[in-house]
Structure formats: structure tokens, C-alpha cells
Design a protein around this ligand. Structure first.
Ligand code: HEM
Length: 320
């Protein structure tokens, strides 16, 4: 192949680029000469990816359980990247806001619509056996799930609903963390003591959650929304995508997840204790948790009826 004027021009530009960095272009061209071309398997890290499943038992369905959790964590990672980019956007526009929140909404849509893999996709007999080998691990310990919450809303909305009055706007994240709602999902039903699942989770992540909480004070999604102009804030499309975010994360995903707990842990005689030893029937349903990221976007009636089904129906009708 001949050295065309286009190739010359690119070489000039590369020379300028590396020259400005005080680097010698020739060495970089040598690097190109000897580097292997990229392959799909290296780029996507297929061998590493496929080596990341280490079942604890010989039951084949344990791999379904592991891989679906991993898929979920990858979607959570994609969500977190969007929150970060919005929080750091140099030029925040309505268009960017809608585009990025819609991405998060699509990631959650995908998770909500694939949850059948967990609800119907494993033999219950196998699940009930292999879960005993995983104690006391639980999806409850997903740090990225908690980071999504911290990135979404003012921290006070993550405090257990009957404890919020204890705090005021100058309360520190560390103070509010003491009454974070999820603590109540990991307290032993009989003794009211923290479960091992929670103790371990806090040991590993508490400090990083507090640091993130402090840095999200002025930078969570609700605060980013408040930086839009008054006119943009009222735009129905903006409000609609935030409301979808709230229902996806706080109603639809929890309901899909709850169905899997019912499917695998319910027995006609009595329910099976959760991995973390919690009263999951009282904790998991969104109508009991009533976790709402953007409460002022909802009517009093919608807040009262949170998680009871019609909030979502209303939202769908409104977007048609
Ligand atoms: C058969 C499938 C599943 C069952 C039976 C199940 C069961 C449970 C139960 C009983 C809890 C309450 C805490 C505890 O005592 O452990 C819980 C919490 C949780 N699980 Fe799952 N789970 C399943 C799949 C998943 C998947 C695929 C994820 C994805 C990461 C996940 C993420 C979570 C999260 C984030 C919580 C905490 C929820 C909250 O605090 O509101 N779970 N799960």
C-alpha cells in the first residue's frame, strides 16, 4: 500500500501530538509495529469473564444464580457511571439530563424484565440446598445497589421513615447512617440484634458509604435536577423520567425481586428463614419500605398508595 497524502497528514498530526508531550513519535510507531492487533476475546476479556463463576456446590443451577447476580451487578455499574457523569457535568442541559436518566431507566427495565430468570429459572429443590452453602451472604450486601440509592436522593430519604424527624438539614451523613432504612431489613426477628450479614456488610463498606454520602450531598440526582432552570424543571419529560426512575428502583425492581423470594422461600406451612435471618416478608415489599427518592414529585395519595400497583399504572397512562 502506498504512502498516500492522507497517511502523511496523519503522521504530521501524530508527530505534533507526541512532540507536544515531549515524546519521540518513532518509538510509538515501533510500538504499533510490534503490538498484536486487537481480538474480540482479548478486548472483551472473555477468558476472565467466563472464569468468574465459582460455585460452592455441585448443583448445576447454582451457576444460574451466580451469573444472574453478576449480570445485575454489571447493570448497576452502568447506572453508577451515569450518575457520576451527571454529577460532574460541566454543562448541564435538559437534554443531557433526560438522556442519562433514561439510560438508567433502561438498565433497570432490562433487569426488571429479566428477573423471571430468578423467579422461574432454577429448580427449587436445588436452590434450597445450595443456598445453605452461601450463608450468611445475601444480595442485601450488594454495595452497588446501596450506591445507586445514595447517588439518587438526599440522604434523609434513605433514613427509616419513622426516624426522619430525629434529623435536620445540618445533620451529618454519619448521624443519619445510624438509622438507615436497610438496617431494619437485617435485624434478627427474634432478638432484634444486627445479623451477621449486616455486621459484615458494615465492616466492609460503612466508611465508604459515608464518604460517598457526603460527596453526594450537593451532587445526587435530585440535587442535579435542582440545578436545571425553573422552566426545565417543570418540563413533563424531565419529571416523567425521574418518576420512572423512582418507580423502577423503588417499586418494580423490588417487586420482581420479592416474587423470587416468595417463589423460593415460601412454603404452604411456614416460610423458610431468609439467608440473613430476617423477616423478609415484612421487609422486602415496597409498600412497607416506602422508599421514595423524589417524594415531592408525587401526590399525597400516590405516596400513601406507594407499591400497591396503581402508581405504576398511572405513570404508564400519563406517558402515553
Ligand atoms: C432466588 C433469588 C433470590 C432470593 C430468594 C432472594 C432473597 C432475598 C432475601 C430473603 C432478602 C432479604 C435479606 C436477607 O435476609 O437475605 C434479599 C435482599 C436483597 N437481595 Fe435478594 N434474592 C434473590 C435474588 C437476588 C438478586 C438476583 C439480586 C441482585 C443483586 C438480589 C439483591 C438483593 C438486594 C439488593 C437485597 C436488599 C434489598 C433491600 O434492602 O431492600 N437478590 N434477597
Amino acid at each position: 500500500m502506498e504512502i498516500t497524502p492522507e497517511i502523511h497528514e496523519r503522521l504530521e498530526k501524530l508527530n505534533g501530538k507526541y512532540g507536544a508531550l515531549g515524546q519521540d513519535l518513532l518509538s510509538y510507531l515501533d510500538g504499533l509495529l510490534y503490538a498484536d492487533v486487537t481480538t474480540y476475546w482479548d478486548y472483551i476479556k472473555i477468558d476472565t469473564l467466563l472464569s468468574l463463576q465459582s460455585p460452592k456446590t455441585k448443583f448445576p443451577d447454582e451457576v444460574v444464580f451466580i451469573i444472574y447476580h453478576q449480570i445485575t451487578e454489571l447493570y448497576f455499574k452502568l447506572c453508577l457511571r451515569e450518575f457520576e457523569q451527571l454529577a460532574n457535568a460541566e454543562e448541564l442541559t435538559k437534554k443531557l439530563f433526560i438522556a442519562r436518566v433514561s439510560r438508567i431507566n433502561r438498565y433497570f427495565d432490562a433487569l426488571i424484565h429479566s428477573f423471571e430468570i430468578m423467579v422461574d429459572g432454577m429448580e427449587k429443590e436445588q436452590f434450597l440446598k445450595f443456598r445453605m452453602s452461601l450463608l450468611p451472604a445475601s444480595g442485601f450486601q450488594s454495595a452497588q445497589y446501596r450506591e445507586i440509592e445514595i447517588y439518587s436522593t438526599d440522604f434523609i430519604n434513605l433514613v427509616a421513615k419513622d426516624k426522619r424527624a430525629l434529623y435536620n438539614p445540618s445533620s451529618s451523613i454519619r448521624e443519619m447512617f445510624e438509622e438507615i432504612y436497610w438496617k431494619y431489613g437485617a435485624t434478627e426477628s427474634d432478638t432484634q440484634k444486627k445479623t451477621l450479614t449486616l455486621t459484615q456488610f458494615e465492616e466492609r463498606y460503612k466508611e465508604s458509604f459515608i464518604v460517598l454520602g457526603e460527596s453526594c450531598r450537593g451532587n445526587n440526582l435530585w440535587q442535579v435536577y435542582n440545578r436545571l432552570s425553573d422552566e426545565d424543571k417543570k418540563d413533563p419529560k424531565v419529571i416523567q423520567c425521574l418518576k420512572r426512575n423512582d418507580t423502577n428502583v423503588n417499586v418494580n425492581w423490588p417487586l420482581a425481586h420479592y416474587k423470587s423470594a416468595v417463589q423460593y422461600l415460601s412454603k404452604s406451612s411456614s416460610d423458610i428463614a431468609a439467608t440473613g435471618g430476617t423477616n423478609w416478608q415484612k421487609y422486602l415489599p415496597p409498600r412497607f419500605q416506602k422508599r421514595i427518592f423524589y417524594p415531592s414529585l408525587w401526590s399525597e395519595e400516590e405516596v400513601n398508595e406507594w407499591g400497591k400497583g396503581w402508581v405504576e399504572t398511572t405513570l404508564n397512562t400519563a406517558s402515553e
